[in-house]
Design a protein around this ligand. Structure first.
Ligand code: ZN
Length: 255
């Protein structure tokens, strides 16, 4: 198991209280390399199948972001909380954090960034995609305008709505169906991610964040249950998985 700096700070007895470290971005031994990314092997296989079908429909689905570990998510969080990274509102307008209380700053960051330990990108089942026929990864900003109307990824977005479920993928972040803002680019391999979500525990995240040296720690811990409810559990419902997907992933010792 590759350990992060944060985890090294946890005592052994505390670590054993986190039943499935992989759900919080603390373990990547269940993942396999795919291009320059890490995914669960079932997600990688399903994605490859979907990519081939899309290709024959004239759409070049490529990944721009996949697995991120706890430490990486915390660097993003700290950067925004400390004003070192731009903070944008729901309309992508820069927010001046100077006049915000800690609680308001937490909410502002969570508009576009996940709480460390609470990102679906920790799981290896969730990926951000774009249409490489129409835009390069370097140009891509991952904003809604790119995925609607005549945007470069609009065809891809519609193709996903029509076809993704056949390959085991769906969009967890949709208007009025999720605490996280709608993200037409974020897809999830639901046969596994639904299982992961059912095993996710706010108490494990509390243990982790109370040990990490994270900016805005006390504001986070004060409202953690509410945040987990809103940003982790409040997602669009996944299609039902067929029995062929009911493997024993969570029984693996490291997960
Ligand atoms: Zn995403």
């Amino acid at each position: 198991m590759r350990v992060t700096r944060q985890i090294e700070q946890l005592s052994k007895s505390q670590l054993t209280e986190i039943a499935h470290p992989a759900l919080y971005g603390l373990d990547e031994t269940h993942l396999v390399p795919f291009e320059q990314f890490l995914l669960t092997s079932a997600t990688a296989t399903a994605f490859k199948n979907m990519q081939q079908q899309a290709q024959s429909d004239g759409i070049n689905i490529q990944i721009c972001s996949a697995y991120r570990n706890f430490e990486r998510q915390m660097a993003i969080w700290d950067g925004k909380a400390q004003g070192k990274r731009p903070l944008l509102d729901i309309n992508n307008i820069p927010v001046d954090s100077a006049n915000l209380t800690d609680e308001q700053l937490v909410d502002a960051i969570l508009c576009w960034s996940a709480l460390p330990g609470a990102s679906r990108h920790h799981w290896g089942t969730d990926i951000d995609v774009f249409d490489a026929n129409n835009i390069s990864k370097a140009e891509l900003q991952l904003v809604t305008a790119e995925y609607i109307d005549n945007g470069p990824c609009a065809l891809l977005a519609q193709w996903l709505v029509d076809n993704a479920a056949r390959f085991g993928f769906y969009l967890p972040y949709q208007p009025d169906q999720s605490g996280v803002s709608p993200e037409a680019w974020h897809i999830s391999y639901y046969p596994e991610s639904s299982l992961f979500l059912s095993q996710y525990r706010a108490e494990s995240l509390r243990l982790l964040l109370s040990q990490a040296e994270i900016t805005l720690q006390s504001a986070l811990l004060k409202q953690l249950d509410k945040l987990v409810e809103h940003y982790v559990f409040y997602v669009a419902s996944a299609p039902k998985s067929s029995n062929k997907y009911s493997n024993n992933l969570l029984e693996k010792p490291n997960l």
